[in-house]
Design a protein around this ligand. Structure first.
Ligand code: SF4
Ligand code: SF4
Ligand code: FES
Length: 557
């Protein structure tokens, strides 16, 4: 067992508190509700202490003649105040330390720093894309003055600089906090940014022959406290105060970074990282962040379709599901295969398992997606829920291992029908000619593909931001997807499509809500015992820790 952390006594605005040794002064204040404005400080980066916005008054116990702290009438140390203000972001608390966060001196310091910062700042607020989430604006209202004493010409600096493929820089707005520089050096391990020139002429730039093209570049936009760095993809698309934010997770790899999906009027405008120290800290990669534009594609599949003679024609859910059930019943005894997706939620995979059982399917697998891992966040497994697919037996420890056998069986004619759930069969090396030879393809999907074009029954499903459900990331953390927008047209939640398909084949199945599906999972899968969708917190739960808790609880009965 590790030794208990030493607690230190600290006085904040006249009240004594205790904090663990090693706590930053700014963090100690935050924990007791005393917010200290700051620009350069970021809890996940080093603290250079260069913006001076976090100045406070600080004191230490006054030593008596015996060098021990002199005690006052209340038995607490008498404080000897340091005459000059101190920054609170770069030093840790000490025993007996005293802090004044709202004294006249502290307020005057903030006011002065704001005046300095705004001297050369352009009057861009009305046209700046950071408006609504700009600390300079906010602190200016709270800690600044309404008028300026600066009569001279403002310094002109580079504007609209393409710092990299995804980040635009407006140097005049930069307050030289160096957060972006430190992020690139300390977290992204790609030291490409730095300051050049001196004094008021200092500006941010990329080193000669370098670009801000890291796969983590957009995190600099998140942490830039002003509108100097903006996302080239998002800028000028939507004012942030119009955005509705939904907690969710990224589904572009097995890490499952926690996200906020920003939407307005059923359109997804951006994804930003949501802090989860068990998954992604405060960051996410650009690839995952920008991988949502297909949601707004005009090509989205919106209506169920069935094949009449040679052509796919629009249908309705009742007829399409009935046709799928009727056709599927003709293919039993190993003549049908099922290709699922490790992009599906646990709830969908669970129902897939039941569909497999109801049709006696033996040939089933998922389509693996592999890329390079980067030792930061991006996983080599580009599917978000491979562990879920393994847990429910849709695939084994080697995802995709069965696919070549399935391809062979299709070519030899022993498999005559395929259920393709959210995957394009040409991705498993089946050709268009192979698809034409099949007697039946029941496909779900969100965008057209060779498979949907050759489907007998096409059932349009929902994308990650359009549905609820859960997934298990590569570290065994169960996390929740939440619906941020509605699926287009008549497209449905995939779990509902699967439920209805099972219903066509086996009769009623007692599932009305996605919660009912999760309840079935929790009853059947030991790793999920005792859980419900609502018990998965916004930061997910570790299945290993959950299993340990369940074991302890059972042992104590
Ligand atoms: S661009 Fe933004 S994050 Fe970078 S130094 Fe300037 S103000 Fe700070
Ligand atoms: S690391 Fe993976 S989960 Fe995280 S944002 Fe990138 S693609 Fe998404
Ligand atoms: S936040 Fe402390 S000096 Fe910048």
């Amino acid at each position: 067992m590790s030794a208990p952390t030493e607690l230190l006594n600290v006085q904040i605005d006249g009240v004594w508190h205790q904090f663990p040794k090693g706590t930053r002064v700014i963090e100690a204040c935050r924990r007791v509700g005393k917010f200290i404005p700051h620009y350069c400080y970021h809890p996940k980066l080093s603290s250079p202490g260069n913006c001076r916005m976090c100045l406070i008054e600080m004191g230490m116990p006054k030593p008596g003649p015996d060098r021990k702290p002199e005690l006052g009438a209340d038995g607490r140390p008498v404080i000897s105040w340091i005459p000059r203000p101190q920054i609170s972001c770069a030093q840790d608390i000490a025993e007996g330390m005293a802090i004044r966060t709202d004294s006249p001196l502290a307020k005057e310091c903030r006011n002065g720093v704001m005046e300095f910062l705004l001297i050369n700042h352009p009057l861009d607020c009305p046209i700046c894309d950071q408006a609504g989430e700009c600390h300079l604006q906010e602190y200016s209202v709270e800690f600044g003055t309404a008028s300026s004493r600066f009569l001279e010409e403002k310094v002109k600096k580079p504007k609209h600089v393409e710092l990299g493929p995804r980040v635009t820089l407006d140097d005049e707005r930069c307050i030289l906090c160096s957060r972006c520089i430190r992020f690139m050096k300390e977290i992204a391990h790609d030291d490409v940014l730095g300051f050049v020139s001196r004094g008021s002429y200092t500006y941010l730039t990329a080193y000669p022959n370098k670009r801000l093209d890291s796969n983590y570049s957009l995190n600099t936009v998140d942490i830039c406290p002003v509108g100097a760095l903006t996302s080239t993809d998002f800028r000028f698309k939507m004012r942030v105060w119009f955005l509705k934010e939904t907690n969710s997770i990224c589904t572009s790899c097995a890490t499952g970074c926690n996200t906020l999906i920003g939407t307005r009027q059923n359109v997804v405008y951006r994804q930003t990282p949501r802090e989860n120290n068990d998954v992604n800290s405060s960051w996410m990669c650009d690839y995952g962040r920008l991988n949502f534009h297909y949601l707004n594609s005009p090509e989205r599949l919106q209506k169920p379709q069935i094949r009449e003679k040679e052509a796919l024609v629009n249908s309705n859910w009742k007829s399409a599901l009935a046709r799928a059930g009727e056709e599927l019943r003709k293919f039993v005894n190993g003549r049908i295969a099922l290709i699922a997706s490790a992009r599906m939620t646990n709830e969908e995979l669970w129902l897939t398992k039941r569909l497999i059982a109801s049709l006696g399917i033996v040939d089933h697998d998922v389509v693996p997606r592999r890329g390079e891992a980067d030792q930061i966040l991006l996983s080599a497994d580009r599917n978000p829920n491979t562990l879920g697919a393994q847990l429910f037996g849709i695939t084994n420890e080697n995802p995709g291992a069965k696919l070549s056998e399935i391809t062979e069986k299709v070519r030899s004619g022993s498999i005559r029908a395929i259920i393709a759930l959210g995957e394009d069969l040409t991705d498993i090396e089946l050709t268009t000619d192979d698809l034409k030879k099949l007697s039946l393809i029941v496909a779900t999907g969100i965008l057209p593909s060779e498979t949907t074009r050759h489907a007998t029954v096409l059932l349009p499903g929902s994308a990650f931001a359009e549905k609820r459900g859960s997934m298990i990331n590569s570290k065994g953390r169960l996390q929740r997807l939440n619906r941020a927008v509605q699926a287009p047209g008549e497209a449905r939640d995939d779990w509902e499509i699967l439920r209805d398909l099972i219903q066509q084949l086996t009769g009623t199945n007692g599932i009305y809500l996605i919660e009912d599906v999760f309840r079935q999972i929790a009853d059947a899968i030991p790793e999920m015992k005792g859980l419900s969708l609502s018990k998965i917190s916004d930061k997910g739960v570790s299945l290993a820790e959950e299993a340990e808790e369940t074991t302890k609880a059972t042992a104590s009965i």
